[in-house]
Design a protein around this ligand. Structure first.
Ligand code: HEC
Length: 375
């Protein structure tokens, strides 16, 4: 009765194809999607369980997902299936707040996606970050973390029993045996978006462009229930092929850093770390290269610049993204080119560029230009 029309199946098929090529397809969930399967005709006499499955039109209903008891950052208890995902479009990721590599990147990326979605988050799109380190990540710790990243409403940070959380990861196809066992720091980059009701789930990458993630949540997973804006492709800007350094910057760094005042266009999209225009002129090249490769070690060694910045940026540390020297150099080259483009070397940058731009951006995302919504 719901969303199981040939059209939605065709869309499902389309989605599966797109996903397989674009994303890390979820072996567990997408593989089972079997778009060519005939529309199930409910048997006349259904057991309550069968009725529940037919009702949700997806094999991933209440008897697939556990109804795990979790506690959110405000100490509120919720049940995974009934309260968090049933009938909803959701983003779920697994984090631990002491993580110094991939999790802050995921959090920063999702924060951008949240900003792009505006007030739809909490209404028809829900964000959940579930801790895989429940011993350390108490509700209070999760609350402090969410405040540091200034996440908005509609995004819950949750903790629960370790075994239960592991089971959730397995059920969501976000647990790799051997990699994710225990509290391994190398946990799987684990982000999944889905619509419980239609049974469409797809893994996503935190390196993905935030506009694409926002579009999946606002449109694709909602079966395009809201009409798109009538923009013509003729008005699309020309895209130049990015250099290796730019590509790395856009996927690994841009979730936290802007490049000049026009980057992010005043919607507070990138404001967790400092703006990086001019940084290649301000910092020693060797310092910069090492910083990009191992900021965590420099902070641990109490490098004076690192310590000062860490305090200034709300004690959010720059993650170690395991860049090698060559990648770091290509990013530095890109930062240099972009600085020279925006501020040709003849007119040197005004001194005192120390004022952290990000604070303005955070204070005024709504006031300056209003939220941009992905329709
Ligand atoms: C999760 C957010 C995040 C990501 C992702 C991130 N950074 Fe940072 N970065 C920060 C923060 C926060 C600071 C400020 C220092 C601190 O608090 O440790 C910083 C500082 C810096 C600085 C020092 C700026 C200065 O004034 O000297 C540079 C350079 C930098 N980052 C480059 C990068 C590059 C290149 C990447 C991608 C490979 C990257 N960052 C990815 C958060 C991030």
């Amino acid at each position: 009765m719901k969303l199981n029309t040939p059209r939605s199946r065709a869309l499902g098929m389309h989605l599966v194809l797109v996903l397989v090529t674009c994303l890390l397809a979820s072996r567990l969930l997408v593989a089972n999607q079997a778009p060519s399967a005939p529309v199930p005709t409910p048997e006349p006499a259904l057991t309550p369980t069968q009725a529940a499955i037919a009702d949700s039109a997806t094999p991933w209903g209440g008897d697939y997902f556990p109804n795990t008891l979790l506690t959110d950052q405000d100490g509120k208890q919720v049940h995974f299936f009934d309260d968090l995902i049933k009938g909803k479009v959701v983003v779920i990721n697994f984090i631990f707040t002491s993580c110094s590599d991939s999790c802050p990147l995921e959090t920063a990326r999702l924060r951008q996606v949240q900003k792009l979605l505006g007030d739809r988050v909490g209404k028809d799109i829900f964000f959940y970050s579930i801790s895989i380190d429940p011993l350390s990540d108490t509700p209070a710790v999760l609350k402090a973390y969410s405040q540091r990243f200034q996440v908005g409403p509609g995004w819950q940070f949750l903790t629960g029993e370790f075994a239960d959380v592991t089971e959730l990861r397995q059920k969501l196809g976000l647990f790799i045996e051997g990699v994710d066992n225990g509290r391994n720091k190398d946990h799987n980059l684990s982000l999944i978006v889905g619509n419980q009701q239609t049974g469409r789930w797809m893994k996503a990458s935190p390196f993905e462009n935030p506009w694409i993630l926002a579009d999946q949540l606002a449109n694709t997973l909602q079966n395009w229930k809201q009409p798109s804006i009538g923009e013509s492709y003729a008005n699309a800007p020309e895209i130049r092929p990015p250099s290796n350094g730019e590509e790395l910057f856009r996927t690994r760094c841009a979730s936290c850093h802007s490049l000049g005042p026009l980057d992010g266009q005043g919607i507070g999209l990138r404001s967790i770390g400092p703006d990086l225009i001019g940084v290649t002129r301000q910092r020693d090249p060797a310092w910069l290269s090492r910083w990009i490769r191992e900021p965590d070690r420099m902070l641990a060694e109490k490098d004076p610049i690192a310590v000062e910045m860490f305090e200034r940026f709300d004690r959010i540390s720059m993650p170690n993204l395991r860049m090698d020297e060559k990648s770091a150099q290509s990013i530095i080259d890109f930062l240099q080119e972009e600085t020279d483009r925006q501020h040709p070397p003849v007119s040197p940058l005004a001194a005192g560029n120390e004022e952290p731009e990000h604070h303005h951006a955070i204070a005024g995302p709504g006031s300056s230009q209003g939220q941009t919504q992905v329709q």
